[in-house]
Design a protein. Structure first.
Lengths: 112, 113
């Protein structure tokens, strides 16, 4: 049974560029949440997708957007990258909103 | 709104000694509580969870945690640690209505030989 997978594992971008990160949920899960983990900190909630709609959003600017596909996989898009966007981006999946979340290995983004 | 406070940023301990990592939470809504472990350059692995019922929950790798409603705490314990337990540990509270998890800042557990 495959767990949560994310791609790519690492990414280097320059300021002002745009980036797309991808996530495939654990088999049987229909809800995907995205978190940003800055170095030395705990993960911060970005947003959550269920039934292809954004259901909850954390305190992140509109530069952060996402999408969920019919197969429940998800993308996180960040526009106009800033140096401060450098972080580990974690995807978590669950079977429904408010259920146990299982995390992927993350995508480490470095913005130069 | 909810918040999670991990009371110790770093916990050094000798191999085979017991350890306790402390976590307090605050929430105005119903939450589930979790402990996750993160090894260097990896994602979060679920150690254990408290949803309801017995206040003592057992997880993987010999870890257990006790939910204390009156003290709003969810401390993680292990009776005898190994070198391989060296990692970052995160306590989290999941809002069961909104599906959003709030994490503490983490506790670095370092097990010394």
């Amino acid at each position: 049974d495959a767990g949560v997978t994310q791609s790519p594992t690492h990414l280097i971008k320059t300021r002002g560029q745009q980036v797309t990160l991808r996530c495939s949920p654990k088999s049987g899960h229909d809800t995907v949440s995205w978190y940003q983990q800055a170095l030395g900190q705990g993960p911060q909630f970005i947003f959550q997708y269920y039934e292809e709609e954004e259901r909850q959003r954390g305190n992140f600017p509109d530069r952060f957007s996402g999408h969920q596909f019919p197969n429940y996989s998800s993308e996180l898009n960040v526009n106009a990258l800033l140096l401060g966007d450098s972080a580990l981006y974690l995807c978590a999946s669950s079977w429904g909103i408010g259920e146990t979340q299982y995390f992927g290995p993350g995508t480490r983004l470095l913005v130069l | 709104a909810q918040s999670v406070t991990q009371l110790d940023s770093q916990v050094p301990v000798f191999e085979e000694a017991p350890v306790e990592l402390r976590c307090n939470y605050s929430s105005s809504v119903s939450v589930y509580l979790f402990w996750y472990v993160q090894y260097p350059n990896q994602g979060l692995q679920l150690l254990l969870k408290y949803l309801s019922g017995s206040t003592l929950v057992k997880g993987i790798n010999g870890f257990e945690a006790e939910f204390n409603k009156s003290q709003t705490s969810f401390h993680l314990r292990k009776p005898s640690v190994h070198i391989s337990d060296t990692a970052e540990y995160f306590c989290a509270a999941l809002n069961t209505n909104a599906g959003k998890s709030t994490f503490g800042d983490g506790t670095t557990l370092t097990v010394k030989p």
